[in-house]
Design a binder for this molecule. Structure first.
Ligand SMILES: Nc1ncnc2c1ncn2[C@@H]1O[C@H](COP(=O)(O)OP(=O)(O)OP(=O)(O)O)[C@@H](O)[C@H]1O
Ligand SMILES: [Mg+2]
Length: 496
């Protein structure tokens, strides 16, 4: 039986962006259906339409054979659609139970019925959660489980997951997949968006590829190879192998000595971290999100104050200096939170000038012509999907924002590059491009500090690896000295 069928779905956003150009395919009941496509292909747009958040411009959607005309998410929920976003919508100060009860009683469910159904679900699905704990104490993987449970308690029959694994550790991913298989076997229909072909292979039964607002094809996963999927996504061959030259590292460019940094909540986020990054070397920091990586990087680049310790760049102590001064010493910083690096209301040209004003001004005058040429170069070489350089950056899809920011930072010829999750949310082609660029930078003698929760990425790029856990670097050494399993364990705080 068809759970969902999309028929010629079109979407034109108010600003004229033609995001979906007649999308038709169907999702069978009881399957895990992968939705794949390069950045800006229209995946999130299509799912937001299915979830009733935005209205299509044309076409039809049928849910279990009935035409769906949703005027908001509540309608979609009542029709059996559930959606788990990357950014969770949980109330921090509430317990797990309170969160679930709140979200279900809001749609008119009886509290007793909710509790009963919850007990049953936890038993049947293996989605174990600590019901009496406050959400603020839970790790990301646990929060995601709560979100899934929320949808199931509301009797979702179709569950949409938009890039659910990007925030998880390898162990959490394994657990999630176990649960998803079980739910599928019980008849739940799951739409699973990801950029990782490995995951498509591992978890999906069928897969649909979108490209620039159109369906390229739907296949049984076992009948299509990774190379074919990648080609369908980006319209050309993608290489999966990166070559790395042997480079002997030079002088230290970045030295961090016994750094202590407070988090937003006033608790120590970094507890005495020390590390050195030399010319021609990539040092990768592996770790589960939230173990102090963010605060460490922010203290290095001067966005956050370090309470103790030293940051030395190019032999000069810069602890506590303003970001602008650190930039002037040849830093390129690629933050994982795009709003930090881009101003959404500004267009592409203005965003180039934003962090590179020195390069594009003569005296007090900004040379807009040259800045425009640079923006154009970045758009072309990083394959940023955008109609005009005058478009506000906020209208680009997540992945395209990331590509643009990376291009801007990498093109400034820095001596030190600090990259946090540089390929987060990027499609295969863009990921390949960015990783190649980072290796080229290293080969040309730059010092690179990479922070990534993607272990494959850490291994593929790093010369040395440091594992961060609860604010401390608990292991460090040449990449060859680590196995994937050992890093996975270290990321979870297991040292033995
Ligand atoms: N609110 C909006 N207003 C205007 N255009 C938008 C809006 N949201 C998305 N778009 C555009 O619609 C297109 C599809 O975006 P969408 O977010 O659906 O892509 P995606 O496939 O989810 O990409 P990604 O892999 O980067 O998440 C893109 O060109 C994007 O710039
Ligand atoms: Mg998306």
């Amino acid at each position: 039986m068809e759970a969902v069928s999309f028929e010629e779905v079109r979407k034109v956003y108010p600003d004229g962006t033609y995001a979906l150009k007649g999308v038709s395919f169907s999702v069978e009941q009881g399957e895990i259906h992968g939705l794949l496509g390069e950045n800006g292909a229209g995946k999130t747009t299509l799912m937001r339409i299915l979830y009733g958040e935005i209205k299509p411009t044309g076409g039809r959607i049928k849910v279990f054979g009935r035409e769906a005309r949703f005027s908001g998410p509540w309608d979609a929920i009542k029709a059996g659609i559930g959606m788990v976003y990357q950014k969770f919508s949980l109330v921090e100060g509430f317990t797990v139970m309170e969160n679930i009860v709140l979200s279900s009683t809001r749609i008119g469910m009886d509290e007793r019925a909710v509790r009963k159904r919850l007990d049953y679900l936890i038993e049947a699905t293996g989605l174990k959660v600590p019901l009496d704990q406050e959400v603020s104490n839970l790790p990301v993987g646990m929060r995601q489980r709560v979100e899934i449970l929320k949808a199931l308690v509301r009797e979702a029959k179709v569950l949409i997951l938009d890039e659910p694994t990007s925030v998880l550790t390898p162990l959490e991913v394994r657990d999630l997949f176990k649960v998803l298989r079980r739910l599928r076997d019980d008849g739940l229909t799951i739409i699973f968006i990801t950029h990782k072909l490995k995951e498509v292979r591992e978890i999906t039964d069928r897969v649909t590829v979108l490209r620039r607002g159109r369906v390229v094809g739907t296949h049984r996963t076992e009948e299509v190879s990774d190379v074919e999927l990648a080609r369908m996504m980006v319209g050309r061959e993608v290489l999966f192998q990166l070559s790395r030259k042997k480079v002997s590292p030079g002088r230290p460019v970045l030295k961090v000595k016994d750094l202590w940094v407070e988090g937003d909540d006033g608790v120590w986020a970094v507890k005495g971290a020390s590390l050195t990054v030399r010319e021609g070397e990539i040092v990768g920091i592996a770790g589960v999100q939230g173990n102090g990586q963010k605060e460490l990087v922010e203290a290095i680049v001067g966005i956050r104050k370090a309470q103790r310790g030293q940051v030395i760049i190019g032999g000069e102590e810069l602890t506590g200096r303003a970001t602008r001064e650190v930039y002037d010493r040849g830093l390129a910083y690629i933050p994982d939170l795009r709003p930090v690096g881009l101003v959404m209301e500004m267009n592409l040209v203005e965003n180039v000038v934003l962090t590179r004003i020195k390069e594009f001004s003569s005296g007090p005058v900004i040379e807009w012509g040259r800045a425009r040429e640079e923006a154009d170069k970045i758009v072309k070489s990083f394959n940023v999907l955008v109609d005009s350089l005058n478009t506000p950056v906020g209208r680009l899809s997540g992945g395209n924002q990331q590509k643009f920011m990376l291009g801007r930072e990498i093109s400034r010829n820095p001596s030190l590059v600090i990259a946090s999750e540089p390929t987060h949310g990027l499609d295969v082609a863009a990921t390949e491009y960015v990783r190649k660029k980072i290796l080229e930078l290293r080969d040309s003698g730059k010092a690179i500090l990479l922070v990534s929760t993607d272990l494959d990425e850490v291994f593929q790029l790093s010369d040395r690896i440091a594992v961060m856990y609860e604010g401390k670097i608990i292991a460090e050494g040449p990449s060859e000295s680590f196995s994937l399993e050992r890093i996975g364990l270290l990321m979870g705080g297991v040292r033995a």
